[in-house]
Design a protein around this ligand. Structure first.
Ligand SMILES: C[S@@+](CC[C@H](N)C(=O)[O-])C[C@H]1O[C@@H](n2cnc3c(N)ncnc32)[C@H](O)[C@@H]1O
Length: 224
């Protein structure tokens, strides 16, 4: 069967990190586009489409019913992962929320501190706080990519627990595991980080320094 709708490049990037055959939880699912697209491709074995609010959840249910997937994708009213048991999921997507909300969701589910669980995280704002939180709490970013959706750069990270609680340096919280030497989208995201920092820099010289360090990292590769 053809996928009847395509994901935008932001959700597509999230989808690309989900392991084949995984039991998926999509936290803050809203329309449930991500689990439905992955199930239609038969990429995942099961999914829970969860949301804290009933309205988005009922939108998600409509999408699931439209494609006749209610036997494969459960909808669940849940604040983060609170209504989800560890053995129900392998890969957990938390996308389209601010970093502080994502941090709150991870902190409230200590069972995520297990090497087998994969977190696929797409912070809308303050990604640097999320990266700091991950490294302070024994998680590591395994892979990270960026994309442009509706003309705006976004980043998605794949993280997992290692147990090494080694804080990362401040520059890394802004650059993460992106590859400005390889990808234009990664450079675009890093330019955005640099601009955000330089707007803050009037109040803080360290921000100005970080902003400049990011530019220096991108410049040699920016031939466009
Ligand atoms: C902007 S939408 C993102 C939808 C989709 N994940 C995406 O990235 O396109 C954010 C959704 O997260 C939900 N949400 C916010 N906080 C949440 C929480 N603590 N637990 C579960 N869902 C939450 C909201 O109700 C909303 O439906």
């Amino acid at each position: 069967m053809q996928t009847p709708f395509s994901l935008d490049s932001r959700l597509e990037l999230c989808a690309g990190f989900v392991r084949a055959g995984a039991k998926l939880a999509d936290i803050g699912t809203d329309h449930a586009y991500l689990p439905v697209a992955l199930m239609l491709k038969k990429h995942i074995s099961s999914a829970i489409a969860a949301d804290i609010n009933p309205e988005p959840l009922s939108r998600g249910k409509q999408t699931i019913d439209k494609y006749d997937l209610a036997h494969k994708i459960q909808v669940r009213l849940s604040d983060g992962l609170l209504a989800i048991a560890p053995d129900e999921v392998d890969d957990i997507v938390i996308a389209g929320m601010g970093a502080d909300t994502i941090i709150g969701i991870i902190s409230a589910a200590p069972w995520l501190k297990h090497r087998d669980k994969h977190l696929i995280l797409q912070p809308m704002t303050k990604g640097e706080r999320l990266i700091k939180y991950l490294y302070d709490n024994g998680f590591e970013i395994i892979n990270q990519k960026a994309c442009i959706a509706d003309g705006k750069p976004y980043t998605v990270m794949l993280a997992s627990y290692t147990g090494n609680e080694e804080p990362c340096d401040e520059l890394f919280t802004y650059t993460g595991r992106l590859h400005p030497e390889l990808y234009k989208e990664d450079r675009e995201f890093l330019y955005l980080q640099s601009r955000i920092l330089s707007k803050r820099s009037a109040a803080d010289e360290q921000n100005a320094r970080l902003s400049q360090m990011i530019i220096e990292r991108i410049k040699p590769y920016d031939k466009d």
